[in-house]
Design a binder for this molecule. Structure first.
Ligand code: NI
Length: 129
């Protein structure tokens, strides 16, 4: 499968805002596209996630709309639209959004949303319709 095919459209073009608009569930990542061995995911976040870390990978957050607080054990990182933050591998974090935040994630293929924590919030990456 080529990268263009992986993006899910005949011409390889995906629209970020259309992708986010199609998502109805909070905390459910969907694959926007892939680049090499990374997935570019879109997700809507509201409420508080679970504390977890990813022992094998950094995790990039790009906020599209709303406000996302990434709680770290020693500080809170507040992200507004167009802000980008990378949680280093192995660092415990817990995302929280008082109101809905629309977010893009860059992670290696196969990265689990709850990292090493597991539990009820663990979910498989979904394809966009
Ligand atoms: Ni994470």
């Amino acid at each position: 499968m080529t990268s263009a095919e992986a993006s899910g459209t005949a011409d390889g073009v995906r629209n970020l805002h259309e992708a986010l608009a199609a998502i109805t569930e909070h905390w459910q990542p969907h694959r926007l596209t892939s680049v090499n061995d990374y997935d570019v995911k879109v997700v809507k976040l509201q409420g508080e996630f679970v504390w977890h870390s990813h022992p094998d990978t950094d995790e990039l957050f790009l906020v599209v709309s709303g406000q996302l607080t990434i709680q770290l054990r020693d500080r809170d990182v507040i992200l507004n639209p167009n802000d980008v933050f990378v949680v280093p591998r192995g660092v415990e974090h817990c995302p929280k959004a008082t109101k809905e935040a629309q977010v893009v994630l860059f992670e290696p293929v196969g990265t689990t949303n709850t990292g090493d924590a597991g539990g009820d919030m663990t979910t498989e990456l979904r394809e966009l319709g």
